[in-house]
Design a protein around this ligand. Structure first.
Ligand SMILES: N[C@@H](CCC(=O)N[C@@H](CS)C(=O)NCC(=O)O)C(=O)O
Length: 237
């Protein structure tokens, strides 16, 4: 049985990559919408770490509560086009996935806090010790633009040097390409990032030709476009 229960929020966030991976590997997903945006899954009691994404494999009751653990498990346990072919390939993919994970944690998550007005004490920056607390939204957005430009430049330069064909690793799509794609398109299209886009002259990835090429490569996969549909236009973040 290739089937998982999957709890997340009705946003792109860290969840859409899992939907795409499951579609590409023929894994059925039962969607549970989590609090505070849904009621199928209680974040504070049903999840191990008080966070989503969360998943349970119906075939063996394995529960995972971290997106990195999930993507690696799913492409290993249920072989398909995203399964790495060697230890070196697997490590290179994880390494590039981590770029998006850091970008998500340090740029997108704080932007989410600004978009949703979330300013409770929490483990991320931008709440107690940094500029959202001290300088307000305008300074926080400007600082996040600096972080965005700096971090995106590193990936763009890396791809210019080391990735000559399609996708980022060995010319074939990986879960690293997929997470990059969902992060980039969310920033470019989701309504919540409008203020950030305006600050960046409408498209924060406008001149990043290598990153945009990877996104187009990913988008050209049938399961990807079918899974994503109009979600980037409809989801707030
Ligand atoms: N390392 C975790 C991070 C999970 C995480 O921070 N998830 C956010 C939503 S994207 C969350 O559940 N936040 C709960 C909260 O802010 O209370 C992963 O990638 O799965």
């Amino acid at each position: 049985m290739k089937e998982i229960d999957f709890a997340y929020l009705p946003v792109i966030g860290r969840g859409e990559q899992i939907h795409i991976i499951c579609a590409m590997h023929g894994i059925k997903i039962n969607i549970l919408y989590s609090t505070p945006m849904g009621n199928d899954f209680q974040l504070s009691t049903d999840s191990l770490f008080g966070t989503v994404p969360w998943m349970k494999d119906k075939s063996n009751d394995l529960i995972l509560n971290d997106s990195m653990a999930m993507v690696q498990y799913l492409v290993t346990k249920y072989e398909g086009p995203l399964t790495p072919l060697s230890a070196i390939e697997a490590a290179s993919i994880a390494n590039l996935w981590a770029w998006s994970n850091d970008y998500y944690s340090f740029v997108l998550s704080p932007l989410h806090d600004i978009i949703t007005g979330h300013n409770e004490v929490f483990w991320r920056n931008l709440r107690l010790t940094d500029t959202l607390a001290e300088g307000g939204k305008e300074l926080a957005l400007n600082n996040l633009k600096i972080l965005h430009d700096k971090r995106v430049s590193f990936l763009e330069n890396y791809l210019e040097k080391f990735s000559d064909g399609d996708f980022m690793v060995n010319g074939k799509c990986s879960y690293a390409d997929i997470f990059l794609f969902t992060c980039v398109r969310a920033v470019q299209k989701c309504a919540g990032f409008g203020d950030f886009r305006a600050l960046c002259g409408s498209d924060p990835f406008a001149d990043r030709k290598n990153i945009l090429r990877v996104c187009r490569d990913v988008e050209s996969i049938k399961e990807v476009s079918e899974t994503v549909g109009t979600k980037f236009e409809e989801c707030p973040i």
